[in-house]
Design a protein around this ligand. Structure first.
Ligand code: TXA
Ligand code: MG
Length: 316
């Protein structure tokens, strides 16, 4: 699918109707969620899903998340469980993705699941995402709307910068509030943390009443297709820095002198919301990036996960 230009749809009734119509026609539409912008296509349409992989330049073994309007729509595609119900009641709509066994006759393209017998489902909280999913009525496969391996988009301008001419439209909803991708929990077995994200693992454990299975830090693949080098700016990234060296620009956390500060007050929620936009701005300088230490608890676990990927060797 080739588009000379990606149209910008406004956050109103007409923009939402047009976006739903494009999805029905098998076209790709980027849309805001509370975490990051998603690159959406009809999850039942193999050609649309193939076009998502092509637009992102993404390795095709990486399965995608199906976004749905509500639990009822989700349970058309996956086998719903008691644990799923607990978590959905507590956190949906919101930055939480659940991996559950596929249902018989689900109709989801194999390109979404990459041949697995499970499906990742999520009900996003952003009002525009909700309106689009309600108007569309089906499952929307949507990875983050950036070229594969690059920094995730938290504004429509980021989407344009990365994918202009490769997708039909972007629904413009301003900047994303959470700023980090959803937390992914595997529920086809003992509840497992597959990807730290915008909902702190501690909050999920409190609702489940049991600890999540976790993979050792440094495990390259906790969710299938979680590539080690990801979110990569053009210049090198050095973590745990107390000051910039040589040509570096400094990404700070807490009260300190730096080029960009994730949160001058040391607030992890604010830092999560600022992370990708700050990396985009520092990336634009073309200089290597030094990053101050960020604590590992709460949303800090997800922030450090993204930073470690940004800092990882690029040829892995
Ligand atoms: O916040 C988000 O989750 C964003 C917004 C757009 O909703 N989406 C997102 O999608 O981050 P994506 O495609 O970038 O990440 C999907 C992740 C991958 O790491 C993939 O490995 C994992 O979900 N995943 C998908 N299906 C899975 C499955 N059946 N089992 C285990 N992991 C799965
Ligand atoms: Mg992504």
């Amino acid at each position: 699918m080739h588009h000379n230009e990606t149209s910008r749809l406004t956050a109103d009734r007409a923009g939402i109707a047009r976006a739903a119509e494009l999805l029905r026609a098998g076209e790709l539409v980027a849309f805001p969620t509370e975490t990051v912008y998603g690159l959406g296509g009809d999850a039942r349409n193999g050609r649309a899903v193939a076009a998502i992989y092509a637009a992102k330049g993404r390795p095709s073994f990486n399965p995608l998340i199906a976004h749905v309007a509500d639990v009822e729509t989700a349970s058309r595609y996956v086998i719903w469980t008691e644990a799923a119900d607990k978590l959905a009641s507590a956190f949906w709509p919101g930055p939480l993705t659940l991996v559950l066994p596929l249902r018989e006759g689900h109709g989801i393209s194999e390109l979404v699941t990459a041949g697995l017998d499970t499906l990742a489902v999520r009900v996003p909280a952003h009002p525009l995402a909700q309106a689009l999913l309600a108007a569309f009525g089906g499952p929307v496969a949507a990875p983050s709307a950036n070229p594969s391996g690059r920094i995730s988009p938290t504004t429509a301008a980021h989407v344009h910068a990365g994918l202009d001419g490769r997708i039909a439209a972007v629904l413009d909803g301003g900047s994303c509030g959470v700023g980090l991708e959803s937390t992914i929990i595997g529920l086809n077995g003992n509840p497992a943390l597959l990807r730290p994200g915008g909902l702190a693992a501690e909050e999920i454990e409190a609702v489940l009443g049991q600890p999540l299975t976790r993979h050792a830090t440094g495990d390259a693949v906790s969710a299938p297709g979680q590539l080690l080098s990801h979110y990569a700016p053009r210049g090198a990234v050095r973590m745990g820095a107390s000051a910039a060296q040589g040509n570096e620009v400094l990404l700070g956390f807490g009260p300190m002198a730096c080029d960009e500060n994730l949160s001058p007050t040391g607030d992890l929620t604010e830092a999560a919301a600022n992370l990708f936009a700050a990396l985009h701005r520092l990336d634009a300088t073309g200089r290597p990036i030094a990053v101050a230490p960020v604590p590992e608890h709460g949303l800090g676990a997800a922030i450090n996960d993204r930073l470690r990927r940004a800092a990882a060797p690029r040829d892995s």
